[in-house]
Each structure stands twice: as structure tokens, then as C-alpha cells.
Design a protein around this ligand. Structure first.
Ligand SMILES: Nc1nc2c(ncn2[C@@H]2O[C@H](COP(=O)(O)OP(=O)(O)OP(=O)(O)O)[C@@H](O)[C@H]2O)c(=O)[nH]1
Length: 429
């Protein structure tokens, strides 16, 4: 083969190779262009992971529906142009684009962590509670204050009107004797002083009612330690009147006042009572001493006081049983609890809890309890649920024992000290 033939063959092969190369490149480009474009995700604001997870910013408080809505409507992030360092028109890179490079970097910051997680709650201030809770007496106010003021403010009262005044007091549970006394006082004062305006009638009514509540009675709660020992308070009453609740609320009052409290769950008759009391205790950081279900209440009370002396608390509150198989059994038990506690400390208060909604029944209970133990104070609960706030007057008069506390609701801080003036003001609106 001549040299020229060889050159010709090489040229032909080279041309064929170049043609094949060009064709391949063109085909490859065409194939790439014809690839179907990936559909844009409808949730362009979020990041759709290939496995189907949609990651959105956490919003713990948002409901699922709100979270989905938030993922679908995402506002474009505004670029903080003012912060940009590149004033020369050069693009920034990532986050650096908006953060000056010479800005002070955040170092470690010391943060005080709570020593341990605590369930102890905030307690409402105890001062002025009756004032703040006066709205809770609205039922009694409507039935009592509003109608009495309406009658007395109407000017000269005839016999029928005086009969209405008497009926109103009786319906409000003031009792026959006290009602007669109050009506007689009102009649003679109105006759002698010649009340003419509604304001004068209101002032007169207020002073007569406050007097009937014997404002000079000592209503202080004997709950402070003495002779190096804690004060001991027994909380007594029949079942369901609100003993456990009152004990818990009282613990809060004491803790809010800076005292330390220990609770004795001597209601061993009702299984849940000790649990209920313990929960109240935990809420204020107070220890609860309890015994076995059906155990001896006097022994629990004894142990509670012993423990209270050992730990040096200011006050031991003992919640007693409200129900036993017989009334005699209950009363004997109560006497025993008191005697046993007195072996090591003085019982400073025996607080009788009465449910204001039970009216005359409460009074009967009070008499039975008073025969057994020396009651030192009355707690009238559920005054928020009754129009018969007048029971306060009667129970105090009957027993000669001051109402010291009033329960005005199921809320943990719905226990108020009883103050005759503030109470009458709340009743009269
Ligand atoms: N509305 C209202 N409810 C109250 C008040 N005091 C207590 N209660 C409710 O009365 C119910 C009975 O209260 P408890 O404290 O369990 O009564 P208890 O006397 O200890 O009952 P026993 O353990 O069965 O003897 C609960 O539902 C309380 O929330 C109050 O002042 N107002």
C-alpha cells in the first residue's frame, strides 16, 4: 500500500470518528433536555424529605391543624438588608451575608437553674380575701340584702312590710329568735331616729346586723407554736361538709404567712381522704402523716403531732373522720383523738366545719359536736352555694363560738377569715 493510500485511509477514519463523536454529544444533550422536569412541591415553604416527612418549625402550643396550616402558608423571610456588610455590591455568603463579621460573638452565658423541679404552688395573698371574694356571696346578697334594703328604704313601713322583713330574715336562715330580736331593734331605731332616706336605712341595717354578729368575739386562729411546740388544730365535722378541703386551704393560708405545716390524715375511714390531704400537702410543700386504711385515727393523730414536734413545724393540722358506723362511734373516736393528742401537746383549736347549704341540719350537727368536744371556732363552708348566708348569725349565737373562717368556693384559695363588717357589706352589696 502506497503512502498516499495510507494517509487517505487515516483521514477517512478520523472523519468517521469525529462525526460519531459529534453525533453522540448531540444525542446526549437532547436526552438530557428531554428529561421530565421534577414537579415543584406544593409545600414549597417547607422541606419535603424524600421519604415523605414534612419538617416544619416546632410549635408546641399549636394544634395539629394549626401546624399544618403553618406549614402551608410560610411567609418569605425578610432579608435584613440594613445589616449587610457587603456595601460594594458583592454577594454575601449564607448567614455571613447578614451578620457583620466583626460583631461581638456570643459566649457562654451562666443561667441559674432551679435546684429541683417543684410542684409547690403560688398562693393568693391572704389579706383582704373576704373583700375579694365578696362576689361569691351574690346568692345571699340577692335574697337578703337586696330585698331588705328594698323594704326598709321604701319609707314608712306598715305591718305587712315588717312581716316581709321578718320573712326575709327567716328565709335567710337567721332563726326565729334572732329574727325577732333584729326586727325589734330595727323598729325601735327607725322610730327613734326617723330614717328617711335609703342611705340612712342601709346604714342602720348595717349597724344592727354587724352588732348581731358580735364583732368583739375573738376570731384569731390559734395556729402559732408556743412553748417550743407546734400549735395543734383539729378539724372536725360530719362527712362531706368540706373538712379535708378546709384543712388543705388552711395549710395554704399558713404557708403563705411563712409558717411550716404538717398534716395528719386521721380520717382513716374514707380511703381517698388521706390521698386527698396528701395532695393538698404536696401543693404547699407540707408533709402528711397517714396511717393504714381503717387504722386507729387517734394513733395517726398522735404520730402526726410527734412528727411535727420532731421536725419543728409551726402547726400540725389534723383532719378527722366525718363518718363512722354510728354517731356514738364517731363522737367517742373524736374524744379519743383529742385525749391522745393531749398526751404530748396542747390542742389549740377544735374547728367545727359546717356546710352552710344544709341550714338547720348544720345547727343540729353543731350541737352534737359541741357536747362532745369543746369547739373553739366554726368554719362555715359552701357559702358561695347558698342564699342562706344568715346561718352565720344563728350558728354563732347558738353555740356562743365565733365563726372564724368561711369557705367561698372550691378554689384552693377560696377560704377567708370571717370579718362581721366585711361580711355584712358583702351581703348588702
Ligand atoms: N362550693 C364549695 N364547695 C366546697 C367548699 N368547701 C368544700 N367544698 C367541696 O365539698 C366537697 C366535700 O369536701 P371534702 O373536703 O371532701 O369533705 P369532707 O368533710 O372531708 O368529707 P369526708 O372526708 O367524706 O368526711 C368537695 O367537693 C369540696 O370541693 C366551699 O367553700 N364551697
Amino acid at each position: 500500500m502506497s503512502t498516499s493510500s495510507l494517509v487517505l485511509i487515516l483521514v477517512v477514519v478520523a472523519v468517521v470518528l469525529i462525526a460519531a463523536l459529534v453525533t453522540g454529544v448531540v444525542l446526549t444533550r437532547r436526552r438530557r433536555i428531554s428529561l421530565p422536569q421534577k414537579e415543584e412541591s406544593p409545600r414549597s415553604g417547607g422541606y419535603q424529605a424524600s421519604s415523605g416527612f414534612t419538617l416544619t418549625p416546632a410549635a408546641p402550643e399549636a394544634s395539629d391543624a394549626e401546624a399544618v396550616a403553618a406549614a402551608e402558608v410560610v411567609e418569605p423571610v425578610e432579608h435584613p438588608v440594613a445589616d449587610r456588610t457587603e456595601v460594594d455590591g458583592q454577594p454575601g455568603v449564607g448567614d455571613d451575608a447578614s451578620v457583620p463579621r466583626d460583631s461581638v460573638k456570643r459566649g457562654f452565658v451562666e443561667v441559674d437553674l432551679p435546684v429541683e423541679a417543684s410542684e409547690v404552688e403560688e398562693i393568693e395573698p391572704t389579706a383582704g380575701r373576704l373583700e375579694r371574694l365578696r362576689g361569691k356571696l351574690s346568692k345571699s346578697r340577692n335574697a337578703f340584702g337586696t330585698s331588705l334594703l328594698g323594704l326598709l328604704g321604701a319609707g314608712d313601713l306598715d305591718e305587712d312590710s315588717w312581716q316581709d322583713v321578718e320573712d326575709t330574715l327567716l328565709i335567710a336562715d337567721l332563726g326565729a329568735a334572732l329574727t325577732t330580736e333584729i326586727v325589734d331593734t330595727l323598729r325601735s331605731k327607725i322610730a327613734s331616729s326617723g330614717v328617711r332616706t335609703e342611705a340612712e336605712a342601709a346604714a342602720l341595717l348595717r349597724s344592727v346586723l354587724v352588732d348581731a354578729l358580735e364583732p368583739k368575739m375573738d376570731r384569731s386562729l390559734k395556729a402559732l407554736p408556743h412553748a417550743g411546740k407546734p400549735a395543734v388544730l383539729l378539724v372536725v365535722g360530719v362527712n362531706g361538709v368540706g373538712k379535708t378541703t378546709t384543712t388543705g386551704k388552711l395549710a395554704r393560708v399558713l404557708v403563705a404567712d411563712g409558717r411550716t405545716v404538717l398534716l395528719g390524715a386521721a380520717d382513716t375511714f374514707r380511703a381517698a381522704a388521706a390521698d386527698q390531704l396528701e395532695t393538698w400537702g404536696k401543693r404547699v410543700g407540707a408533709e402528711t402523716v397517714r396511717g393504714p386504711e381503717g387504722g386507729d385515727p387517734a394513733s395517726v393523730a398522735f404520730e402526726a403531732v410527734k412528727r411535727g414536734m420532731e421536725t419543728g413545724v409551726s402547726t400540725v393540722l389534723v383532719d378527722t373522720a366525718g363518718r363512722l358506723h354510728t354517731k356514738k362511734g364517731l363522737m367517742d373516736e373524736l374524744g379519743k383523738v383529742k385525749r391522745v393528742v393531749e398526751k404530748q401537746a396542747v390542742v389549740d383549736e377544735v374547728l367545727l366545719v359546717l356546710d352552710a347549704t344544709t341550714g338547720q341540719n348544720g345547727l343540729t350537727q353543731a350541737r352534737v359536736f359541741a357536747e362532745q368536744v369543746a369547739i373553739t371556732g366554726i368554719v362555715l363552708t359552701k357559702l358561695d352555694g347558698t342564699a342562706k348566708g344568715g346561718i352565720v348569725f344563728q350558728v354563732q349565737r347558738e353555740l356562743g363560738v365565733p365563726v372564724k373562717l368561711v369557705g367561698l368556693g372550691e378554689g384552693a384559695d377560696h377560704l377567708a377569715p370571717f370579718e362581721p363588717g366585711a361580711f355584712v357589706d358583702a351581703l348588702l352589696g
